[in-house]
Design a protein. Sequence first.
Length: 317
Amino acid sequence: MTKKIVLAGIRPTGQLHYGHYYGFLEKLISLQDSHDCYLLIADMQVLGDKIEKHNSLNQLSLNLVQQMVHAGVNPAKTVIYKQSDLFYETLELTYYLSLFTNYNNITHIPSVKEALPDNPSLSFLTYPVSQAADIALIRPDQVLVGNDQLPLIELANKLFARFNSLLQDPTLTLPDTTPVLSDTAKIPGIGTMPSSAKMSKSLNNALYINDIELDNKIKSAYTDALKLTAKTPGHPDQCTIAQISKAFGSDPSDSCSTGALGCKDCKASLLSLIKAKDQSFSSADINPEKILAHGVFHVRERAKDLTLFLKHKVFVS
């Protein structure tokens, strides 16, 4: 029986944190035996809004590969590859797919609209199309995404449908891909002030794997302003410590809401859970360069028939 193909991606902007882990990585790891898995390091996408990182992107990518393998991604079961190692294939497909969309389609995507700078680069504006090209290169059955990326998958499928309609060749088509959400709800960021923002390096509210500042971040974290004493009934739905605890398999809601659990003890419990999770990860030596070299060879072989086919259909036939 042919396995379904699943694709996931991550931008190499810094250290791996638990928002990444519970946002998509845990799900990917759980699918490694039942699916053909692909994991994209989207380094080209970073340059669209963080060009100043160009000198550090390669090292950030290598570090990320190492951290994800230590967290449970198996390179023997998941193809890990870097976007820039498929530079020409990515640009070629981005160009083809960009013929089927326009500025309004892109800027009306909520995640693009929210992050849109005053004077965006053309690269930033085309990243949703570039992401569609990433998907097209693999032609997966499923893509692991968060809720905020669902409109991007919708756009990709529309572009694929328009392209297939133009070419009308059943021998090789760009299939619809199905978005797959994490089994865990959005992981909120942690901080000293109330916030509903998701965990993010750019917002300085992340809990990193093996975080050297873990103890201080947990102890100083904002909890519930209305829980005045340990025995005061709390509001766990408004407390980031309670919400993050759920991701780690412990739900303090009942104990908190009845006043049986104080914030100090709840924080201590979460701290223990995170440290136990950190210790469960591997620390074995790996070779990220070798893993990426194997990955790009595999993806290039898979993408070769698609790029040759499209070039012939668009410019020759």
